[in-house]
Write a protein that binds this ligand. Structure first.
Ligand code: MG
Length: 334
């Protein structure tokens, strides 16, 4: 008989301390394949651990956030973005007395399906693959099917939060809504920081109204946004910003699109990244026999195009570049 009093104690604490709108571990809709309960961890802590221990999580460190394969050590990667999202989301969840463990599991898993070269890579596959390609749907596919060749067998609530994390998503838990908002708070702020570092942006160029309402430093702006969300959403069945802060957030976002995300200097290498993804996809689609077995086994069920896209999406930036060189760039005779 396993002593599961540790886990039961935590489950009881959740019942006593969390908001009536929080998702309790004991109320999870469960996993596709049932598991014997862990004596120590709740179902959501266990999911968080499963994400942290998986290979696609480790690959995030070599995937682009905004600046392609940055030479500098101080730029964000997809991994550090993920950690910042998790940190912001946990602070909001704790403040709102929501389930911090569920929030963390969703946050750490939300970008596992991202392609090499950020949204540039995603847009290429979306254009080429029949049925389209979206990173949130791919993140779900990663944890449900691709990871380890079998998926991670996560709870329904974590999978729902992962696939619903985009702006127009509609997660079924408030913890999922927290991650969706934290994702936007994280990227808008860290992309300002990285753009200034890259010399693409001068901090003094930020719109005056944004600085006045949100704050004059990276930390102040994140703090304003988090406190605003807590003030508006505490003990409410929703998670959102106030109208005043949301307005300035949108101004800042539009400004970032104009000055950074669509800036030809920042996007200088993007066209090359897109070319790499396109050529790799077309090559593997015609050479399915070269795919590793853990991908190839899905061809009968999902079709060659989808499986080729899976293989490309799993690559890191540097692996994609190495593959491109190996396949398409002539080498000196050794
Ligand atoms: Mg993200």
């Amino acid at each position: 008989m396993v002593d599961d009093s540790f886990r039961r104690h935590v489950e009881e604490l959740e019942r006593q301390t969390l908001s009536r709108y929080a998702t309790l571990s004991v109320n999870s809709r469960g996993r596709e394949h049932e598991l014997p309960p862990c004596p120590v961890r709740t179902v959501f802590v266990r999911d968080r651990d499963r994400v942290v221990h998986c290979k696609s999580f480790r690959r995030l460190k070599h995937k682009t956030q905004v600046f392609l394969s940055p030479a500098g050590d101080h730029y964000r990667t997809r991994l550090t973005h993920t950690l910042e999202v998790s940190q912001i989301a946990r602070t909001i969840a704790r403040g709102l007395r929501l389930n911090e463990d569920l929030t963390e599991a969703i946050a750490l898993g939300h970008d596992l399906g991202h392609t090499p070269f950020g949204h540039a890579g995603e847009s290429v596959l979306n254009k080429l693959v029949p049925g389209g390609f979206e990173h949130n749907v791919q993140s779900l596919r990663q944890v449900e099917k691709l990871e380890n060749g079998t998926g991670l067998n996560l709870t329904f609530e974590v999978r729902d939060g992962i696939v619903s994390h985009k702006k127009d998503g509609n997660p079924c838990t408030l913890e999922g809504a927290v991650v969706s908002l934290a994702d936007r708070i994280a990227y808008i702020n860290h992309d300002i920081d990285d753009a200034v570092r890259a010399g693409v942006l001068d901090e003094n160029d930020l719109p005056e109204s944004c600085v006045a309402v949100l704050g004059d430093t990276h930390g102040n702006r994140i703090n304003t946004m988090i406190l605003d969300v807590l003030g508006v959403s505490f003990d409410k069945p929703y998670v959102r910003m106030s109208e005043a802060v949301k307005r300035e957030f949108d101004v800042l976002r539009d400004f970032m699109f104009e000055r950074v995300y669509l800036n030809p200097v920042a996007k200088r290498e993007e066209g090359k990244g897109m070319h790499v993804i396109e050529q790799l996809y077309l090559y593997y689609k015609n050479h399915m026999e070269l795919l590793p077995g853990e991908f190839a086994k899905n061809i009968a069920e999902d079709g060659e195009e989808r499986v080729a896209a899976d293989y490309i999406a799993c690559m890191t930036d540097r692996y994609a570049i190495e593959e491109f060189k190996r396949l398409f760039v002539p080498m000196e005779w050794q």
